[in-house]
Design a protein around this ligand. Sequence first.
Ligand code: NAD
Length: 469
Amino acid sequence: MNDSNNTYAALFNAQKNNQYIVGNTTYRERIKTLKSLKLALEVTFKQEIRDALYNDFKKPQLETDLTEIYPVIDEINFVSQHLKSWLKPQKVDTPMALLGSSSWIKNESKGVCLIISPWNFPVNLTFGPLVSAIAAGNTVILKPSEMTPHTSKVMSKIVKAIFNTNEVALVEGEVEVSQELLKLPFNHIFFTGSPNVGKIVMEAASKHLTSVTLELGGKSPVIIDDTSNLDKAVKKIIFGKFLNAGQTCIAPDYVFVNESITSEFKSAFKKYLTEFYTENPSASDSFGRIVNQKHFNRLKGYLEDAISRNAVIELGGTLEEQDNYIEPTLVFNASEDSDLMQNEIFGPILPIKTYAKTDEVVNYINSKEKPLALYIFSKNKKTSDYIINNTRAGSTCINHNLLQFLNHNLPFGGSNNSGIGKSHGLYGFLEFTNQRSVLRQHTFGAVDLLMPPYTNFKQKIVDLTIKWF
Ligand code: NAD
């Protein structure tokens, strides 16, 4: 065991020793803590966060405010409004056979939690789950991604400014740090990242029977039928796909366009792409960069592989290696066995497929892993109902994309390969909570009559209970 392992174990033990103090705090105390985090994001560290994300991958300031800072503040506001009622013991009915007792559910903290987050929305996906974990009364170790070091540094400053390390601590470092942390017997692990690493996390968690929330990714399809308002649909898809330079877990991964509107779709795409990012998106302040050279090369490889298999680049296709820049790119005719169609793209490249009948699309989607998000652009309710009823996905947005993430009354998460468990609002709170069942016996109860020795009379009572209660 090296020094850092000892440090992580010491940190874990300090939080373990403190877990009942934190777990027994009142809703008012927890809201006070959350308000300190809100102040840090909204005021004290706001500019530092913006600068850090710009330094990490040229995230435009408006995108930082809208997709990193605002969702966490919104989560804090939502939780603060509801926490009192979530923490109240919830009385439940008593069955006849248990007369003489009363029962309730106590939402208790799980204990010491680990939150591992990705680089693509580092503030949102580190502090968002932290809000739920604090609301539920846990102590937390945070491990943000090594790929956005400037942002990790600012988040570390924020955590140090607000928390003692036996409450919340942030550990920076490479993948090895996550691997060491995963050896510890956490009470819950909340992981956001790729399905492949999700499997590693789940395997590590199984050693201690630690519960997990896995917020994963995958290929999220979009369907545009011939009844949709094409102009609006294309504008929204460009926004959803090229925000964060396509590095969004719920970004459209590929689009199915009804074959009768393909040429109108192409013209609208060209028109709005230019309107949003000009003829030269590399000079636009509204378009970010690929996070690092490794991911730039991965995406470059996807494009080269697709082209070698006869894919056609309809729009974009310019790459600037020195700046990790990939132009918003529209690809037609990508073959099914290409890297582009086999992997989550996670970048500003959008393959387009055409279809004639809705069933073709449904069958195609069902032949793949369940997507994290499935988007439908259609004015025909029968079509959208049919697609929803005959596919499975973590979430669906009709006539828009991404927005489902922003409604904290909706659970957010995937299904199987795209995720296990949910986040946001009540669902995020429950993920970090043990719903403890409590039954209090007040008076003598019927079951007390049935203790050994078992007689014929007692057998009759059991017979009557089975028949009538
Ligand atoms: P990743 O899985 O490579 O890394 C996520 C985190 O896991 C990072 O903190 C990283 O340090 C750590 N990690 C990497 N390899 C590890 C290992 N072998 N052992 C232990 N920890 C390890 O994902 P990423 O590249 O940071 O993010 C992109 C992926 O995340 C995409 O698949 C995307 O769809 C998904 N994602 C999902 C959501 C969601 O809410 N469902 C949100 C954002 C991103």
